[in-house]
Design a protein around this ligand. Sequence first.
Ligand code: GDP
Ligand code: K
Ligand code: MG
Length: 292
Amino acid sequence: MHKAGFVNIIGNPNVGKSTLMNAFVGEKLSIITSKAQTTRHRIFGIVSGDDFQVVFSDTPGIIKPSYALQASMMDFVKSAFEDADILIYMVEIGEKELKDEVFFNRINKLDVPVLLLINKVDTSDQSTLEEQVAYWKEKVPRAEIFPISALRNFQTEVVFNRIIELLPESPAFFPKDQLTDKPERFFVNEIIREKILLHYKKEIPYSVEVETESFADSETIIHIRSVIMVERESQKGIIIGHKGEALKRVGVEARTDLEKFFGKQIHLELFVKVNKDWRSNARQLRRFGYDT
Ligand code: GDP
Ligand code: K
Ligand code: MG
């Protein structure tokens, strides 16, 4: 018998959804930072065995959208509700307030298995943890609750084994050696965007989109040319920085990660362009892959 299904991970921003999917897949498919809205897309991470295939979906954190980009991000979350065979609802230790009741009520109404993961237990003591488990048991009576640490790989295997048990009988959805649904350029864009999230303050990371114009893979080296898109001229200056130092740092760090990701030498060229108000422009958003 072969089992396969979609396991969709949803939750508030920063609870550790991307960290968990990467831990399951064993590859850094999703970028991770301590900032909310690091993940903007729905990203598949595929784990296959001889008689199973789990298609994880990492999704953006649940927020109340205030511009078109964020609305599209929440459409990714909604789609993750609709096609889940198993839903993972992730919370972090200490989280009690439900930021979006609408999503929350949907969880209690779903008829697929729900695993409620209380993440970051490495930061908690036993009594706090017990209190949290009791709280979530009452709030989501139909969920199975697992305290975990995605970062330290604590109890993640237990969760994985439970997922395999719960998977429906089905043939595989993807070739067994496929890890994700996204093309190479997507990961280039994301790795560069991660460095921007890490090194720039305030609104800058949220105003940035990265587009890879060329990706030329030869035997020993990959030549990559990417554009960092900002919304305003003033942001362009900030990205480049004094004597180009800031942009240079992004390039150096991104290249190191790209070499790890692709297992090859990378030659990376970065450019900065102004694309006025792209976050609110439906046509631009479609171009950057924000349509569901
Ligand atoms: P997401 O926004 O839900 O995708 O969360 P991320 O995976 O991007 O993680 C947000 C932050 O929480 C990052 O700084 C992670 O390193 C951190 N984090 C994730 N899992 C754990 C965990 O189990 N323990 C601790 N202490 N930190 C974690
Ligand atoms: K994050
Ligand atoms: Mg994320």
